[in-house]
Ligand binder design. Structure first.
Ligand code: XMP
Length: 529
């Protein structure tokens, strides 16, 4: 399949050279927060290739290695001679020190975690306007004991004499700590000083400019052909579709497969609110019966996921074929498939170390590879928070733009046991109550997501009214997280939990208990299945 459309006019770009730690993505996000476009490149990329991208500045990320370790990643010194401003952080800082003739030694001067930084030159390019004592986040074994010639030492700690340096003439800067993490109290300010003062970049990467660029790129790419987009009800596919709609209007048709596993009100949100906000042409396929029939008698989570994934692809392919047939002669012109792939997926699939497959993930919209379409992926350069901002800019409904993550297989994997329509209805009611109360308490932005799970194969004794009951438990799974790879259980206020519990047991028939899951991830996963 062909790759994605290139932006029509490239924005000013900062390259973040990834030395293999988990920090590069965070740095790239912080640069974007400073309204400058950033792109992550591997440290193995030849310097000539980096320079060919015409970056306005280059940031060297932290890394797990010591510059003395065998096979420690390194760089061609030519990078520092190219006249492009460079900012080294942590490992990037030490590498800079070493390559430019300073001294880095493995003397046991380690620092991990919160550290007090003593800023020696408050008027320096990086530290201007920041306090002379500030908290920073350190994580290093080696330390720089002498800066390279021509560099001014601008900060130190109790342990390391050279914790920051700069050479304004050559536009080279470095700090031993991690300015990108929130524990470094003035980190963002220091980063912005590098970008604006050191590298002289204007902050011009705004939501409006992203929309403009993408719309122009999509128009270029799609021309007068037609495109199809699968909508899942989630943020990514909605924003991708809205961008393509803005670019090519009625040349786009969206397909929404209603598998009957959505939460209360979500299908209506797509059918009515999304269509009203964008004017998009939408084909809705009501496939509830088909999915329920395929899921009948199945309790095993992996099997459920496979069935839902398989049925989804079949239904989508059928809808696609119908669209092509309806287009008649012009059918051959249906050439593009729109997908909401995000930047972290691009970075992670581009040579990342990969993670173990704990559950077979299925994204509604995750399609077979032999489709005869070219992909249009207008969100390939964006992080999730940017996607939300673009959605807002495009006037999408708040409920869609701010929606918390929801798994492709929907409530199908939140019913522990066989999936039936009655159980789905029950879970939809309980879930709607939990969502309503969390929103009313203003907690939506504090939690990452809150799966509501029905233990359909479990019953326990209760007493409701005058009688003994034998009902199902509902489990609330509120979690806080940065990226869903790890998560902690959210400490929700007791009165909110109490209200949810009372309402669910009063209002949802056949439920007589509400439990809260207090397991972090790991060892638990976020979803129960
Ligand atoms: P777990 O349960 O693996 O979930 O801790 C991590 C995040 O992924 C979501 N999730 C899915 N998303 N298709 C999706 O699109 C899936 O099959 C799927 N399974 C889990 C989950 O909601 C959480 O945000």
């Amino acid at each position: 399949m062909a790759s994605n459309a290139a932006a029509s006019s490239a924005p000013d770009t900062v390259l973040v050279v990834d030395f293999g730690a988990q920090y590069a993505q965070l740095i790239a996000r912080r640069v974007r927060e400073a309204r400058v476009f950033s792109e992550i490149v591997p440290s193995t990329m030849p310097v000539a290739e980096m320079l060919a991208k015409k970056p306005k500045a280059i940031i060297l990320s932290g890394g797990p290695s010591s510059v003395y370790a065998e096979q420690a990643p390194t760089l061609d010194r030519a990078l520092f001679e190219a006249g492009v401003p460079v900012f080294g952080m942590c490992y990037g800082f030490q590498l800079m020190a070493q390559l430019l003739g300073g001294t880095v030694d493995n003397s046991g001067a380690r620092e991990y975690g919160r550290t007090e930084l003593h800023v020696g030159r408050a008027g320096s390019t990086l530290f201007e306007g920041t306090p002379t004592e500030q908290q920073v986040w350190m994580s290093h074994g080696d330390a720089c004991s002498a800066a390279p010639e021509g560099f001014a030492v601008t900060a130190s700690t109790d342990v390391v004499p050279v914790a920051a340096f700069e050479n304004d003439e050559k536009k080279l800067y470095g700090v031993q700590y991690h300015p990108e993490v929130l524990h470094s109290t003035h980190g963002q300010q220091v980063l912005e000083h590098f970008l604006y003062r050191g590298a002289g970049i204007e902050p011009s990467w705004t939501t409006g400019s992203i929309v403009e660029e993408q719309v122009a790129a999509i128009r270029d790419r799609v021309g007068d052909k037609r495109a199809i987009c699968g909508l899942s009800g989630g943020v990514d596919s909605a924003v991708a579709a809205a961008l393509v709609q803005k670019a090519v209007g009625s040349q786009l048709t969206c397909v929404y497969v209603d598998h009957g596993l959505m939460r209360k009100g979500e299908t209506e949100q797509v059918e009515k609110d999304f269509v009203a906000a964008t004017g998009v042409q939408l084909k809705v396929v009501d496939a509830e019966e088909r999915f329920l029939a395929a899921l009948a008698g199945v309790s095993d989570p992996e099997q459920k996921r496979k069935i839902i994934g398989r049925e989804f692809i079949r239904v989508f392919e059928q809808a696609q074929a119908e669209l092509v047939a309806e287009a008649g002669e012009e059918g051959a012109e249906v050439a593009f498939l729109v997908q909401g792939t995000l930047y972290p997926d691009v970075v992670e699939s581009g040579g990342g170390t990969g993670t173990a497959n704990i559950k077979s993930h299925h994204n509604v919209g995750g399609l077979p590879e032999d489709l005869e379409f070219e992909l249009v992926e207008p969100l390939r350069q964006l992080f999730k928070d940017e996607v939300r901002m673009v959605g807002q800019e495009l006037g999408l409904p708040e409920e869609i733009v701010q929606r918390q993550p929801f798994p492709g297989p929907g409530l199908g994997i939140r019913i522990i046991g066989e999936v039936t329509r009655d159980r789905l209805d029950l879970l939809r009611e309980a879930d709607a109550i939990a969502r309503e109360e969390l929103t009313a308490a203003g907690l939506d932005r504090d939690i990452w997501q809150c799966p509501v799970v029905l233990l359909a194969d479990v019953r326990s004794v209760g007493v409701q009214g005058d009688g003994r009951t034998y009902g199902h438990p509902i489990v609330l799974r509120p979690v806080s997280s940065e990226d869903a790879m790890t998560a902690d259980w959210s400490r929700l206020p007791y009165d909110v939990l109490a209200k949810i519990s009372t309402r669910i047991t009063n209002e949802v028939a056949d439920v007589n208990r509400v439990a809260v899951d207090i397991t972090s991830k790991p060892p638990g996963t976020i979803e129960w299945e």
